[in-house]
Design a protein around this ligand. Structure first.
Ligand code: 2BA
Length: 112
């Protein structure tokens, strides 16, 4: 038996928990705050059998891992862009998400 602690961005939590539940993982959500940036994040506590750990890690990586995203922004007027297409949105590559995971051994597991 293992205990997985996964610290992830709040915006990735709903999809991640839904996917974990769909694959029959038990999950507890804790509202947490990063010690360095003091920003809110969420820590998921997942108790599971050893053989199911890799499946949980795969879901965490897919739903909450660091990934690329394209944001669109308006060009600034001050850039002197006044020709045709001046109002067109500019795509900017950004990175979103990111998840820190700890996997611990569990000595005993009971439900009373
Ligand atoms: P990440 O490394 O992606 O960490 C995101 C959040 O995950 C952290 O929030 C913290 O809540 C948790 N976390 C990460 N590694 C941990 C660990 N070994 N033990 C316990 N919790 C852990 P924050 O502490 O607010 O950190 C936000 C981001 O600031 C970090 O992103 C990292 O890029 C940077 N950072 C954190 N501590 C730092 C430090 N001492 N020096 C420089 N940069 C730091």
């Amino acid at each position: 038996m293992k205990m997985i602690f996964a610290i992830l961005h709040s915006e990735d939590v709903d999809e991640t928990v839904e996917e974990l539940n769909k694959h029959e993982y038990w999950v507890t959500k804790l509202s947490t705050i990063g010690g360095f940036l003091k920003a809110k994040n969420v820590t998921l506590v997942i108790g599971t059998e050893d053989e199911k750990v890799s499946g949980a890690l795969k879901i965490l990586q897919e739903c909450a891992g660091l990934r690329k995203s394209v944001k669109y922004t308006m060009p600034s007027m001050s850039s002197g862009n006044i020709g045709p297409g001046a109002g067109a949105m500019i795509p900017i590559d950004t990175k979103v998400g990111g998840c820190t995971v700890f996997v611990l051994d569990v000595d005993q597991y009971e439900k009373f």
